[in-house]
Ligand binder design. Structure first.
Ligand code: ATP
Ligand code: MG
Length: 320
């Protein structure tokens, strides 16, 4: 079984990335053949600053390693280190209906957030399909925001296979209900590009400030607080035992505890949860050249895995 997932270096990694994808993906290391990559080609659709991109790539790699990715078990690489993915993108483009891409929510959401509607942003799902199909992945751990892109990937794999013969494994998504959409501090999906994140390894004071500014309603201190749809509860649930969660919810329902106190309680839970990962992050950060070495080695393995797929695809369409 081959498991693959990627993350864009479009900013610093956050709790949504961790619970929606990284933690679950990393667990697969024990059971399957895992591939993780930093989607730097994809990040070009939203990051315009080369220095920022370079910094984000390094930070994303450190974050992934600090969260438990083991380069001895998993293949860890940069998307752009395997340029074959762009050739496959082109081959898949020839069976991609424009209407399919026009219906993608992520594209529409990004336009609504003011990101420029470039051809790259529009073609994003085709590159993503190539990322997955190039490595013949069976399973792709993702958050629910990527569900539609996985459907596009499957559609393209099936269409290509029907048109040119069986080249690609048709992959499945691995989405976990309880962590499908982690909310950001404003209540929308937590996203690097929405500026509403709680960063895993960012500045601690900023982290505190952001937790304290999580969106709540104006229920007075002494009144019971609504639990349904509460961002505080959604985040607390991720880092607490069932018993502790029950107590947190009971305190909200009872009233008499203000939002500031609830946020402080959430903050200390989050800090405690993240502490071992942050410690590991600092250790890794101090080792010069380590990240580059790991990514280079991963790229060699990834390229070798990609080559036979690309050759089959070339042969199937008549280029060989
Ligand atoms: P961007 O805003 O640039 O799209 P992002 O924060 O959405 O960045 P991605 O790199 O697009 O992060 O996604 C990486 C992985 O993390 C994907 O599998 C995605 O489904 C998952 N993910 C991202 N945000 C969340 C979230 N809020 N809840 C659950 N999963 C998430
Ligand atoms: Mg995203």
């Amino acid at each position: 079984m081959r498991i693959l997932s990627g993350i864009q270096p479009s900013g610093f990694l956050h709790l949504g990335n961790f619970f929606g994808m990284m933690q679950r993906g990393i667990r697969w290391q024990e059971k399957g053949e895992t591939f993780f990559f930093i989607a730097d080609f994809h990040a070009l659709t939203s990051v315009g600053d080369p220095d920022a991109l370079r910094r984000n790539i390094r930070e994303a790699a450190l974050a992934f390693l600090a969260c438990g990715l083991d380069p001895k078990r998993a293949v860890f690489f940069r998307q752009s280190a395997v340029p074959e993915v762009l050739e496959l993108t082109w081959l898949l483009s020839t069976v991609t209906p424009v209407g399919l891409l026009e219906r993608c929510h992520s594209y529409k959401d990004k336009l609504a957030k003011g990101i420029a509607p470039t051809h790259a942003l529009f073609a994003y799902p085709v590159l993503m399909a190539a990322d997955i199909l190039l490595y013949q992945a069976d399973l792709v751990p993702v958050g629910v925001d990527q569900k539609q892109h996985l459907e596009v990937t499957r559609d393209l794999a099936v269409k290509f296979n029907q048109t040119f013969g069986p080249v690609f494994v048709v992959p499945k998504e691995d989405i976990a209900e309880n962590v499908a959409i982690i909310p950001g501090i404003d209540g929308q999906k937590m996203s690097k590009s929405y500026g509403n994140t709680l960063e895993l390894f960012g500045d601690r004071e900023e982290f505190r400030r952001r937790v304290m500014s999580i969106r709540t309603d104006s229920t007075p201190v002494d009144q019971p607080k609504p639990v349904a749809g509460s961002v505080l509860v959604s985040l607390y649930r991720l880092v607490s035992e069932p018993q502790e969660l029950e107590e947190f919810i009971a305190a909200m329902r009872r009233g008499g505890v203000g939002y500031a106190a609830l946020k402080k309680e959430l903050l200390s839970k989050l800090e405690r949860f993240l502490a071992p990962f942050r410690e590991r992050y600092e250790e890794l950060k101090a080792k010069p050249g380590l990240v580059e070495e790991i990514l280079e080695e991963g790229a060699c393995t990834a390229r070798a895995a990609a080559a036979p797929t690309l050759e089959s695809a070339r042969r199937a369409v008549g280029l060989l």
